[in-house]
Design a protein around this ligand. Structure first.
Ligand code: LMR
Length: 394
């Protein structure tokens, strides 16, 4: 029977990991998958997370199952981190999930349980796995305009124009901060207008927040999600801890569901628990426990915030350096948007051929849509990249 399977090709981000690994040129620069690297090119375990790990090791007395929703303390800690007091805690149901991807999958499953005729609206472009999961699940997908390829910024008028087509019962997927793949983000005011439109249409917002703390700061990056939560009667939030806690391989994240009023929360929560049960029973706990330990210990929280801020500032520094280098080399302000973008990624507006030229001539690996992971750079490699971009992009 397995003979009947057709070939599955890895998505462009996964493909790039292999291609870059196989390149033997020692000057190669990996700007592919969204993983933070420090100045030494390492993806370190954060000190606060290492300390939490020791604490868990010393104090954990059992590995017995948690609950279908995961450890409730994790759910509370994540609700506070992401939503703060923007919404009454009684209205929020939470399940722990295997990473942010698990949360996205469960969000689509939950919305489809509520509306079997679900259509999901995604930004053009969006993270390729959003589209792959929707396709796999057979959920219709409509794209809304988002990115202006010429200015490399958000085309907000076009976005609002296409969102006019949203119907009651549709889902609108928004990136809470640090848009992936473009790096171009809405202002808080624009998020407010999108919230009003979603409310008017009777649609359900799903906020994917995978980079809180990587853009303008921990609180600033959560502000759009909190604004939406305060304005909308119902909302889903898929949060990832992979990047901001550096716990990529632990698969740590959660789905939060805000119900219209507190009396609905138990039913929503029971549906979420059910979805975990039929997918994998109990969600992974180790990473969630590390995150909870950091977020419930004042000293560890302070240490984590300091480390996260260092990561954020190092990416901002690389952005400024790269856009300055490109200004000098191209004698223009064409790439100034790189300094204005936020988060790990910038889509720089190069054609697939130009991206390929940079790969072949300079061993620079970015996704073929010209998304590059800023955190894959070091101050010492920025001039080389700037040279490659200036020489390869028309
Ligand atoms: C990315 O976009 O590179 C990350 O979110 C990692 C992934 O799973 O694709």
């Amino acid at each position: 029977m397995l003979n009947n399977l057709t070939t599955q090709y890895p998505d462009p981000i996964m493909q790039l990991i292999t291609l870059c690994r196989e390149d033997t040129r020692d000057t190669k620069i990996d700007l592919g998958v969204g993983v933070y690297k420090d100045g030494a090119g390492q993806t370190p375990v954060m000190h606060a997370v290492r300390a939490a790990s020791k604490k868990v090791w010393d104090n954990e007395t059992t590995k017995v199952y948690t609950g279908l929703s995961g450890d409730p303390e994790f759910g509370q800690a994540m609700r506070k981190l992401v939503l703060a007091d923007s919404v009454d805690a009684e209205r929020v149901g939470v399940i722990a999930t295997p990473g942010g991807t698990g949360a996205i999958r469960q969000a689509f499953e939950l919305a489809r349980l509520a509306n079997p005729d679900l259509t999901v609206w995604t930004s053009n472009p969006t993270w390729p796995n959003h589209l792959a999961i929707l396709k796999f699940m057979g959920i219709p997908n409509t794209e809304y305009a988002y990115f202006d390829e010429v200015s490399c910024n958000v085309d907000f008028d076009a976005m609002m124009g296409s969102l006019k087509g949203v119907q009651a019962g549709d889902m609108v997927l928004l990136h809470g901060c640090c848009h992936n793949p473009t790096g171009a983000n809405l202002t808080l005011e624009q998020f407010g207008l999108v919230a009003d439109l979603i409310a008017d249409k009777g649609a359900l917002a799903l906020v994917d927040i995978a980079y809180q703390g990587f853009g303008d700061g921990l609180e600033e990056d959560a502000a759009p999600t909190r604004l939406l939560a305060s304005k909308l009667p119902e909302m889903l939030v898929a949060a990832s801890c992979s990047k901001n806690f550096g716990v990529y391989r632990e698969r740590t994240g959660c789905l939060m569901a805000i119900s219209e009023d507190a009396s609905m929360t138990a039913k929503t929560q029971a549906n979420m628990n059910y979805l975990n049960r039929v997918a994998f029973s109990f969600p992974p706990d180790h990473g969630a426990r590390l995150v909870t330990t950091v977020l419930t210990d004042e000293t560890l929280t302070a240490q984590w915030k300091t480390e996260l801020e260092e990561v954020r500032l190092s990416m901002l520094g690389l952005r400024t350096q790269l856009s300055d280098e490109l200004r000098q080399r191209t004698n223009s302000d064409r790439f100034d948007f790189i300094a204005q973008h936020r988060g790990m990624f910038s889509r720089i507006g190069a054609t697939p051929e130009e991206v390929m030229k940079m790969r072949e001539d300079f061993a620079i690996y970015m996704v073929s849509d010209s998304r590059m992971n800023i955190a894959g750079l070091k101050p010492s490699t920025v001039p080389f990249l700037a040279e490659a971009i200036a020489k390869s992009c028309k």
